[in-house]
Structures are given as C-alpha cells and as structure tokens.
Write a protein that binds this ligand. Structure first.
Ligand code: ADP
Length: 369
C-alpha cells in the first residue's frame, strides 16, 4: 500500500488514478500530521509526499518519520512544484527522501520508480525480519544455555545437601560403633536424609515424565483413611520431631492411583513442614463440599506466600524466592501435585498470607459403587 500525501485534493486524485491504473493500492492523507498518524498505524511500502504543505511541511514529516523504528525505513519520494531551487531538492534528499520528483511527473517514470522502491522496501523489511529472527534465536539459545547451567547447579546443590548430611551421620555412626556407643539415632538420621534424597530424585524423574507425557497411573479403589495415615507416616519418617494432626478419619473410598495421590499429599505435607517453624503443628482436615467430592486440606502456620508470588506457585521450578536460599527444594512439588490431581479430574488450590500461614487443598471425586 502506498500513501499519497498532499493538501490539494485534485493532486491526490490525479496521482491516485494513475497509480490505480497500474494496480497499486493507495491510501491518502491531506496533511503532514495525518500522514504521520497513518504511517505509525499501517506498514506502508512507500510514501509519496508533497513538500509544500501548510502546517507541517514535507521535510518536517520526513524528519519525524525517520525518528520512529516503525516508519524509519519506509521509502519517501518528495514531489514539488517546478519552480524550486537545487538547494531545495538537496534539502529534501538530506531529509531522508529516496527521490525527488518535480511536477508534473511523467507517469511511466513514476511507476517504474515506485516499483523499484516498493521492491527495495520489501527486501529491506525481509532482511530486517530475518536478522531479527536470527538475533532472537541466538538470544533464545543463550537464555536456554544459561538456564540449563543454572538448573544443573541448582540440582547439584539440592542433591548435595542431603548427601553431605548422610556422609556426616554415617561417619559419626562409624566412630560411635568403634567406641562402642549407640549408633541408632545417627543411622536413623541418615535414613531420613536418604528419604529426602530419594524424593528429590523421584521429583526430577516425575517432572521429566510429565514433560514426555509418560507419567503412568494405576487406578484402583482404596479407603481414604488408610491412604491419609500412610502419607502422614511417610512424612513423619523424614521429619520425626514434627507434629501432624489428622482431625478425622473419613470412611469413604476413592478411585485413583493411591501411589501418585500419596505423592501429591506428601508434597503438600512436606511443604507445610518445610515452610513453618519447627515447633508449629500441621493440620490435615477432611470435609465434603458435596456428596460427590472430598476435600483434603493441609494447614500450616508458617511463613506464607507473598501475594505477588502466588500466581506462579504451580509453575515448574518456581520457588517463591524468599525461601529459596534457606529451605531445600527444586520447585517441582506443586507442579507435580497439580498434574496428578488434574489427572484425577480433581482440583488443587491454596490460600496463604505472608507470615500467617497457608492452607493447601485438593478436592477429589469420591468413589460410589
Ligand atoms: P519446593 O518446595 O521444592 O521449592 P514446591 O513446588 O513444592 O517446590 O513449592 C514451590 C514454592 O511454593 C516453594 O519454593 C515455596 O516458596 C512455596 N510454598 C509451597 N508451599 C508452601 C507453604 N506451605 N508455605 C509457604 N510457601 C510455600
């Protein structure tokens, strides 16, 4: 599309008719201001600009167009009356015009010039787009590479923490055994750390399986009360000094994969313990929003999640910063839990207040024979 700019309607009309005859699509503007407005909104291939216009003259318009990245490379042809000096033409070319034509213009020459400029413009735009795409690709690769490195170092750090503890406890246990002291406590601690390590590795593997859509499920009917107790027991093994209270033992059954669901519940329980002070208890509450569904809530009185970070909490590898340095984790637990609950056509959510605590919950369909 070519934009024709002239304050005189008769000039525009004549030019428009000539160009339309040669199948060029045209648009018009009757002032410099209108030309600017339109050029910023629409990607014209060429602007044919009358120099002598009231208000903003052609030179000013060309200068303004050169200031915006959206319009800077649109070719401009100036048109002006016959009685102008060479200086005037030079000024026009200095202002960024590709060409300067004196009226009346020979249509054959005009049309050929327009074709050349339109082609030139198309080639420039294509080249620019290719360049930008290449630049983008390089930038993306660089970002992916940086993230990979960051990721590997984070994983090494997270895996190393329990491993160092295990080594420490085993060494202490060896020394205790040599001196005939009791090693039970030390070995138990090292088992707790081994379980944490196991869980981290399982999280990594499961997150990979989710990405490859190969996380498998084995559905069966199972009782909810036993399921809850098993999950709580498993977490207590890793956090033996912590208190987890189960308020009621609901007599109902679920249909789902108990191993995967246990994993989701363990994630919520571990988080509740990790992100709350060691002396504060964690409550597990069960209720029924309606006859067909059960809600399992895990409530803590911990550090909570700042409001501005809550929307990202289920994203893969997301850690709400304020805890990342002090509390171990990969930012995968909630991501995996959400996937598991979604697979069971359930719902997962939370409410949280910074420094007051959090309630994470999931709702699942109950089994009706
Ligand atoms: P991880 O605990 O390994 O970082 P999660 O996916 O389980 O990964 O949790 C993501 C982030 O959500 C955590 O890093 C933490 O900032 C925040 N979070 C999760 N649960 C709680 C909670 N109960 N209290 C406070 N913050 C939490």
């Amino acid at each position: 599309m070519i934009l024709l700019v002239d304050d005189k309607q008769e000039n525009i009309l004549a030019l428009k008719n000539t160009l339309n005859l040669y199948q060029f699509k045209t648009d018009t503007a009757s002032s410099g201001k209108e030309c600017l407005k339109k050029a910023l909104r629409f990607p014209y291939e060429l602007i044919i600009l009358d120099v002598q216009m009231p208000g903003m003259d052609g030179f000013e318009v060309a200068h303004a167009l050169s200031q915006y990245s959206k319009t800077e490379d649109i070719p401009i042809i100036f048109l002006s009356a016959v009685n102008i000096s060479k200086d005037f033409v030079l000024q026009g070319l200095d202002h960024g015009a590709r060409d300067y034509l004196i009226k009346p213009v020979d249509p054959d020459i005009l049309v050929r010039k327009i074709r050349n400029y339109v082609n030139l413009f198309k080639n420039t735009r294509e080249l620019k787009a290719t360049q930008e795409a290449l630049q983008q690709e390089i930038e993306n690769k660089r970002r992916i590479e940086a993230r990979k490195e960051e990721f590997v170092s984070m994983i090494c750090h997270e895996l190393n923490t329990p491993l160092t503890s295990i080594k420490g406890y085993v060494q202490l246990a060896l020394r205790a055994a040599e001196t005939g002291n009791n090693t039970n406590e030390l070995l138990n601690r090292s088992v707790e750390q081994t379980q944490k390590l196991e869980r981290l590795i399982a999280d990594l593997m499961n997150s990979n399986r989710i990405s490859n859509e190969s996380l498998t499920y084995k559905y069966e009917i199972f009782p909810l009360d036993i399921f809850l107790e098993k999950a709580i027991d498993a977490v207590k093994h890793s956090y033996p000094s912590r208190h987890i209270a189960l308020a009621s033992k609901p007599q109902t059954h679920l249909f789902g994969d108990p191993v995967r669901l246990e994993q989701a519940l363990i994630n919520l329980l571990s988080n509740a313990l990790k992100y709350s002070p060691p002396e504060s208890p964690v409550d597990v509450l069960v209720d029924f929003p309606d006859k067909t569904r059960v809600r399992i809530q895990v409530k803590d009185n911990g550090i909570g999640i700042p409001e501005d970070r809550q929307s990202q909490i289920f994203q893969k590898f997301y850690r709400a910063g304020h805890t990342a340095e002090t509390v171990p984790g990969l930012g995968l637990g909630l991501y995996i839990s959400e996937e598991i609950i979604r697979h069971h056509t359930g719902e997962i959510g939370f409410s949280s207040k910074e420094n007051e605590g959090s309630v994470f919950y999931f709702i699942l369909p109950v089994y009706h024979p």
